[in-house]
Write a protein that binds this ligand. Sequence first.
Ligand code: HSE
Length: 405
Amino acid sequence: MSKIAVLGYGVVGSGVVELFYKNKESILKKIGKDADIKYILDIRDFSDSPYKDKFTKDINDIVNDDEVTMVAECMGGATFAYDFVKACLMSGKNVSTSNKELVAKKGAELLAIAKDKNCNFFFEASVGGAIPIIRPLHKCLAANEITQIAGILNGTTNFILGKMINDNMDFDTALKMAQQLGYAEKDPTADVEGHDACRKICILSSLITGKHIYPESVYTKGITDITLKDVKLAGKFGAAIKLIASVRKLADGKIIPMVSPTLVTYDNLISRVDDVFNAVMVCGDGIDRALFYGRGAGKLPTASAVLGDVIEQLKTEGRGTDTAQTWVDCDNSEIVADYKNAECRMYFRVSGASDIRPENIEIIEDADELVFVTQKISFAEADKLEASITSNGGKVEAKLPVLDI
Ligand code: HSE
């Protein structure tokens, strides 16, 4: 009998327990042997829970129990979760986590410990919620050179932008709804400022390069400056504003990962991804492109991904580490290129007296404000254009990239 421990009984942890018992019969068939949840770790009191006998507040109960071979970490954060996951891996237990902060900050170290201890550190649930993307990237698509990934990796901000676009709802009301639905992080700053999407693109970038890409190396801008005015003007241009996380491989092998609110034109399926859904477009030299779509946050969608890893581990137990899903530490300055070299079309909204009209722009509106989209330029050139508009008496109220994939 395989014994499982669940760390954290919040939105995701309680979803893991609920889904496991709901589908236990079919899950056990897939594993091919008996298995059960022996422990649930949480410092809060759950004495009314039907699972009350499984609760512990002491991680050592789990670490020191040889019966437990699989740990599902659903606590979040990179402090206690880091200590607990490390202790579990050090004692040879396999771990599945939904914790993107932990993987983005400590992935290289935890993967190395797992390899050393001949066990697995799985994190399918850390990117894209319910969407299978980690395993497809390093297994199904392993024959490809991955050249570019771009998509919506944060459900909360997509939910908020959708409410702004479709329902004219203001930012704060939409955020409150996302929190009530269990989509947002404990501190929603991580969602709205783009840190959550940044951690997720770090994980995908690390997978495709084999090198740990740290959040500090990624240009990250959130959605707090996005106004209803820009949402409407983007619509007039034929695009939706989405928080896009992307990574592009350059000819010299370096990468440019970034997170930014971005105009996505309606001919791109990503522009149609609404609500809490995520979508990840992967480009490779064999596949051309593949789009992965599904619920990016929430209790059971995320629990589904955590349990997928648990099932994968328990049915293949004893076969050692999955060496395909790994990366090593590295000096990021050697692999991450300056985002200012990235090129794409740029949306500008300009107020004030500037009479600068760059050549070959597409004008969206020319009334109180001048609103236009440039031809393909680099971020550095866009900054220069902004500087010349400013010195000419204008003010750039908004400057956003247009997705090019
Ligand atoms: N806060 C995250 C999101 C949860 O909204 O996407 C899933 O990682």
